[in-house]
Write a protein that binds this ligand. Structure first.
Ligand SMILES: [Cu+2]
Length: 224
């Protein structure tokens, strides 16, 4: 037995090298997946941009700029509360709501989709607005191409003030529910409204098609 040990040792180390290479390759692939998965998993409304997406677009590559505090206090407080809200602008989702959006989303948590990690998005204040007309298009960018069972679109009532009031279901006018959309990275649809002026919250629910997975967001718009 003893005389065979050196031979056994050699063959073991000869085996170890390809095994080590395989382990390293696996680690590299797993690391790449860990980085790319959050950024490719889901989507958001990019037009008019949702609160987190707009803050990510405007400040994501410049989020340590002290000017944000005075130029854009709402994005500033969101970054202070949790930068992950912006990095994961595509991940404002909950599974298994069964269409019970109102029952499972308390007043004051609509803009965060009742996700505590995104609570900063519910804060009233001077969120930057996107100018739109009474007829406008809503654009979803979905890196995962889930498709849509439907979108539900609401606009905050005329007289509701997003700068001072927290959004609840009673503050919304239901505008429309769309039909189904096939899986695609970009989905857009038109919305017709009337009677709105000034700063409103556009509230959109996306019921994705691959699972019972619901997204909710607020976009700040200025009807002009
Ligand atoms: Cu997804």
């Amino acid at each position: 037995m003893r005389t065979q040990l050196p031979l056994a040792g050699r063959s073991r180390s000869a085996l170890r090298r390809p095994l080590q290479a395989l382990v390293m390759l696996f680690a590299v692939v797993a690391g790449a997946l860990a980085w790319s998965t959050p950024a490719q998993a889901h989507g958001t409304i990019v037009g008019p941009p949702t609160r987190a997406y707009q803050c990510w677009q405007k400040w994501g590559s410049n989020h340590t700029n002290p000017a944000m505090q005075t130029e854009d206090p709402m994005c500033y407080q969101a970054f202070q509360a949790n930068p992950d809200t912006m990095w994961n602008w595509m991940s404002a989702l909950r599974d298994g709501l069964g269409g019970q959006f109102q029952a499972k989303t308390p007043d004051g948590t609509l803009c965060s989709n009742n996700l505590s990690r995104n609570a900063s998005l519910n804060k009233p204040g001077a969120w930057k607005t996107t100018n739109i007309g009474s007829n406008f298009s809503v654009q979803l960018y979905d890196q995962a191409s889930h498709g849509a069972d439907y979108f539900k679109v609401y606009v905050s009532k005329q007289g509701f003030n997003p700068k001072t009031q927290t959004l609840g279901w009673g503050n919304l006018d239901f505008i429309t529910q769309t039909g189904r959309y096939a899986p695609a990275q970009n989905i857009s649809f038109n919305v017709n409204t009337s009677g709105y002026s000034g700063h409103h919250i556009l509230f959109v629910i996306w019921q994705a098609s691959h699972l019972d997975q619901a997204y909710m967001w607020c976009s700040d718009v200025n009807f002009s």
